[in-house]
Unconditional design. Structure first.
Length: 196
């Protein structure tokens, strides 16, 4: 497998999941402006969507979209998603919330032409979205029982909240962030992307 990524982008979630999975994989950095990869390949030919992440599969083909890639890694590894059917749907529910309510909420912070009003409205909305996550973490160390792909994705959202938005995290979210940051797999992914 090969993960196409950009340092600190949402592809960091997939990078963490791959390291945590113990599966063999390679990475290739993408220049998102030029749409080329570090080996000089045309990224648009690899992933016509033009964004990261993309995962080139050993069996051929390229998988895109965080939810699909994270689920694929979990499925292959067997250790990043609960086996119980009902709990699996809870992981999917969490991934969908993170993708559509959190991830997309950061958009103004990645758009060079977004004005301060758009950023401050987005910040307010994100604070509300994170408040719900905060409540759900009551009495838990992870989004679900044990570390899962939902934690890989949520970690990146909190990383952005701290580094790109300057959002004040609640004590519980801060503790969660510190706990996940301390995982060797997370530290390795950050180091590999030059973010440590
Ligand atoms: N729907 C996609 C969105 C991925 C996405 O937003 N990727 C961003 C980085 S976090 C990107 O590559 N943006 C550059 C671009 O769109 O040109 C997913 O969930 O995987």
């Amino acid at each position: 497998m090969k993960l196409y990524y950009s340092p600190g982008a949402c592809s960091l979630a997939d990078h963490i999941a791959l390291i945590e999975s113990g599966l063999p994989f390679e990475t290739e950095k993408v220049d998102l402006k030029a749409k080329t990869t570090e080996s000089g390949a045309d990224y648009a030919a690899i992933n016509p969507k033009g964004y990261v992440p993309a995962l080139a599969l050993d069996e051929g083909g390229v998988l895109t979209e965080n939810i699909a890639i994270l689920s694929y890694i979990a499925d292959r590894s067997g250790n990043l998603m609960p086996i119980d059917d009902r709990a699996r749907f809870r992981v999917l529910e969490a991934l969908a919330y993170i993708s559509t309510e959190l991830h997309k909420g950061f958009k103004p912070f990645f758009m060079p032409d977004a004005d301060d009003d758009a950023k401050s409205a987005a910040k307010e909305q994100l604070a509300k979205r994170f408040a719900l996550i905060d409540q759900n973490l009551e009495g838990r160390d992870h989004v679900l029982g044990s570390f899962s792909i939902a934690d890989c994705y949520l970690f990146v959202m909190l990383f952005w909240a701290k580094t790109k938005v300057g959002l004040d995290l609640s004590p519980r979210l801060s503790a969660y962030f510190d706990r996940v940051s301390a995982r060797p797999g997370v530290r390795a992914a950050l180091a590999s992307e030059g973010l440590d």
